[in-house]
Design a protein around this ligand. Sequence first.
Ligand SMILES: NC(=O)c1ccc[n+]([C@@H]2O[C@H](COP(=O)([O-])OP(=O)(O)OC[C@H]3O[C@@H](n4cnc5c(N)ncnc54)[C@H](OP(=O)(O)O)[C@@H]3O)[C@@H](O)[C@H]2O)c1
Length: 254
Amino acid sequence: MISFNQSDIFLITGASSGIGRAAALIMNELGASVIAVGRDTARLSSLKDEANNQNNFFIEEKDITEDIENLPEWVKSLAKKYGKLKGIILCAGESITEPLKVVDYNNTKKLMDLNYYAPLMITKAFADKRVNTGIENTIVYVSSFAVYRGNRGQIAYSGSKGAFLASLKTIANELIDKDIRINAVSPSHTDTNMIAKTINSGSMLNELKDKYIARPEDIANIIVFLSSNKSLWINGQDIIANRGAYYYTQEHLL
Ligand SMILES: NC(=O)c1ccc[n+]([C@@H]2O[C@H](COP(=O)([O-])OP(=O)(O)OC[C@H]3O[C@@H](n4cnc5c(N)ncnc54)[C@H](OP(=O)(O)O)[C@@H]3O)[C@@H](O)[C@H]2O)c1
C-alpha cells in the first residue's frame, strides 16, 4: 500500500482545481504534508477545509508566471518555511484553442511560460540540495495526450506540453545521481474546468463521459504512484493515461 510520512513534504502546483486538487487531497490522505499552490485563494481555502490531515496541509497563493526567473528563490523560501521537500507535482497548466491560421505569438508565449518555463524553473530549484531531502525524491509533470493525438487547434498547447516531455529524459539523466526521479503523465480528456475549452458542447460531453473522460482522481492516482516509493524503477518516463482510446470521433473535438 502506498503511504507517506508527515515529513514527506510535497509542493503541488495547480492544486486549487481539477487534477492537482485531487492529487493534493489523496497525497494528504495517505500521510504526506502538502503545500498546495494556486492563484485562487478562495478555492485553496475550501480545498484545505476538505483535507483529511489539515495540520499537514498548507496553502500558498502564487501566479507562477509572474516572475519566472525568480521562481527558484520562491521555492527555496518555501523549503525554509516548511522544511526540505520530498517531491514536487507540476500540475498547473492551461490550454488555448487556436488553429494555425489564427495562432498568436503572444498567446503561444504565455502557454510556454506556464507549461514549460515555470515548471522548468521550479524543477531547477527543487534539484538544489538545500531544497530537497536527498533521499528518493520525485518530480511528476502533468503533460497531455494532446501531444500525441494532434488535436485540431491545440498547436501551442501541445507544443508547450511536448517541450517539457522533450526535456524529461535529459533531466532524469542529470538528476539520477542525486536520487531524484522525474516522470510525466499525459492524460486524455479529464473532467475538470479545463474540459469546456476542448470539447464542443455539453451534450457531447455527456455522451463521451462514461467511455472517454477520466475523473480527476483517475489521473491523480497515477501521479501519487509516481510520487511514491512503489515506482522506484520508473524514471524519465511519460505515462499515457487514455484508457487505450487513441481516437474518438474528430467531430467531438473543436
Ligand atoms: N482536463 C483535461 O482534459 C486535461 C487533459 C490533459 C492534460 N491536462 C493538464 O492537467 C493539468 C491540470 O489541469 P486541470 O484539467 O486540472 O485544469 P483546471 O481544473 O483548470 O486546473 C488548472 C490549475 O492550474 C492552475 N494555474 C493556471 N495558471 C496558473 C498560474 N499562472 N499560476 C499558478 N497556477 C495556475 C489553476 O490555478 P487557479 O485555480 O488559481 O486558476 C488550477 O489550479 C494541466 O497542466 C492541464 O494542461 C488536463
